[in-house]
Ligand binder design. Sequence first.
Ligand code: KIV
Ligand code: ZN
Length: 523
Amino acid sequence: MTTDQDRVLIFDTTLRDGEQSPGATMSHSEKLEIASLLDEMGVDIIEAGFPIASEGDFNAVAEIAKLAKSATICGLARARPKDIDRCWEAVKHANSPRIHTFIGTSPQHRAIPNLTMDEMAERIHETVTHARNLCDDVQWSPMDATRTEWDFLKRTVEIAIKAGATTINIPDTVGYTAPVESADLIRRLIAECDGGEDVIFATHCHNDLGMATANALAAVAGGARQIECTVNGLGERAGNTALEEVVMALKTRNDIMPWTTGIDSTRIMHISRRVSTVSGFVVQPNKAIVGKNAFAHESGIHQDGMLKSSDTFEIMRPEDIGLAGTSLPLGKHSGRAALRAKLKDLGFDMIDNQLNDLFVRFKALADRKKEVFDDDLIALVTDAAAAGTEDHLELKFLRVICGTEAPQSADIMLRVGDADKQATAQGDGPVDAAFNAVKALYPNDAVLQLYQVSAVTEGMDAQATVTVRIEEDGKITTGQSADTDTVVASVKAYVNALNRLIVRHEKLGSGGDMPEVSYKDMS
Ligand code: KIV
Ligand code: ZN
């Protein structure tokens, strides 16, 4: 792939590095949906998964490869022929396929496969050559590049280029580098490596010191022409470079960073909400660009300034990221056409039976809530999407007794498989009682890791969004739900997390000869 000198390629790894974040597991259909949104918004390369990791990853990458219209579809592979073959089998269906192979080159990572420098150099030569024999577009990464000795890094990069790699990615795997160093490293690699001018250098940053966006942009100043990033900065630990931050930084400060991307920034808000919902990772309110408060100007002075001129405090316009201007809320007299139009404005194109189903839910909500705001509707749509038709568990009925007098108790009916089952349980508060009742109907050893409640809108009648993260046998899943009743939202979120856990166990159980592997498993 060639590029103009002022064009920066956006490589999105939400579905690979982002999804690898504990608890962020997405279902097959969710991955396909996110991939379509990334493709439509103009992402140049989508890293769709790690095909050798599991049967589920393989199938997702293969299907995304078939559905992508304009993006290059990339799969990750360790430096092993078997990984690379499996990766090729998945990506080969794409109009534009890419194999991304990597090996840890820093002293810390070299110790894991226990290879000498010479053995590692030989492995890089063999595996990049192997990948290049299968695919014209090969990306190679020296994992933990920013902690690799300069001489060895240069040597490995030159070997990969000579073996046919077309993109060289420089990962800051542990978020260790800083902007000046990030720019210098890329500049030096381009200038000093044999063949450095003939390939594209990419930057892949993690946010452990809060510098991922700054480091990525500095790398571009140093000559990198591909930024690797994730929506909402999703990723392990403190996450990866956030797509929305680099895109909007390049757009807003093009005067001092004269590089462009192919991203339609008006799609940012919609994909941010979808990734937040399907991953279960709530966006912090003060998150740059996509946080709830990013465009809210609450203080009196700010509001006064904003009324006089919006550029007093705003450096970007909300509509640039697809945030619709203030729009009138819907209410119980609003009809189907108004609902359809509003959903379209918010980025949701509904087919007729989806709209019918949503209209029933909307009416029920409008009966309980005088004004239904945009965020209420988004919560309603995402709640409907979260409850899959093939789910093993479904909440049918819930009544709780709570208050100052203990014991609090919950009476619950769940569909478990094909049968409706009922149980009553007590607990320390209504949520605990309700979760105990779910456990009585569907015994499990899942440990609650996170329980988080946030209000969807303001006001006493606001809906609550509840996020629940659970862990069983090292598998972590997250569930989310919204309702005007916090206990109902809590139980639905818990049930949602359990359904995802069931799918994960089933998927691994039927994985055949494909054990779940991690890209960190280098042995
Ligand atoms: O952070 C990292 O080093 C990675 C590589 C696999 C590219 O994600
Ligand atoms: Zn990474």
